[in-house]
Design a protein around this ligand. Structure first.
Ligand SMILES: [Fe+2]
Ligand SMILES: [Fe+2]
Length: 139
């Protein structure tokens, strides 16, 4: 496996994290109605989590000798003020994140950098937890 492929995939993950930061911060500010009480804190926490994930991924890219992207993934961030749209879009985002990290974990298995593997695996598990939580909220 070439290092370039791994760097490319990590950059893809970074682009999605940068997008998630924007999306969750946007939803935290815009949520209206009674659900604001719970969803403003939840979206705010997801935004900070994405910031932290982006930092880990960015540092991994630098460690591998790559250049981290500075632009977010261009997938549209849909504006909404209602919780259903926001939660559906969140589920879509977490599904994508889990998929991207799943691929990276498999590549990292061959690299032999245990610290990098563990830190990315932790992110992957966090994405799976968010995904499961959103699935239950929307059930
Ligand atoms: Fe994330
Ligand atoms: Fe996430």
């Amino acid at each position: 496996m070439s290092k370039d492929v791994l760097i490319e995939r990590l950059n893809e993950a970074l682009g999605w994290e940068l997008r998630a930061m924007n999306m969750y911060a946007h939803y935290a500010a815009n949520i209206q109605g009674i659900h604001r009480l719970q969803l403003d804190p939840m979206f705010t926490e997801e935004a900070s989590e994405s910031l932290a994930h982006a930092d880990v991924v960015r540092r991994a890219i630098v460690k591998l000798g790559g250049v981290p992207v500075t632009e977010r993934n261009p997938h549209a961030i849909v504006h909404a003020t209602d919780f259903t749209t926001m939660l559906e879009r969140s589920l879509e985002t977490e599904t994508k994140a889990a998929e991207v990290y799943d691929g990276i974990i498999k590549l990292l298995d061959e690299v032999g950098d245990q610290e990098m593997y563990d830190s990315i695996e932790q992110i992957y598990f966090a994405e799976l937890r968010s995904l499961e939580s959103l699935r239950l909220i929307l059930a």
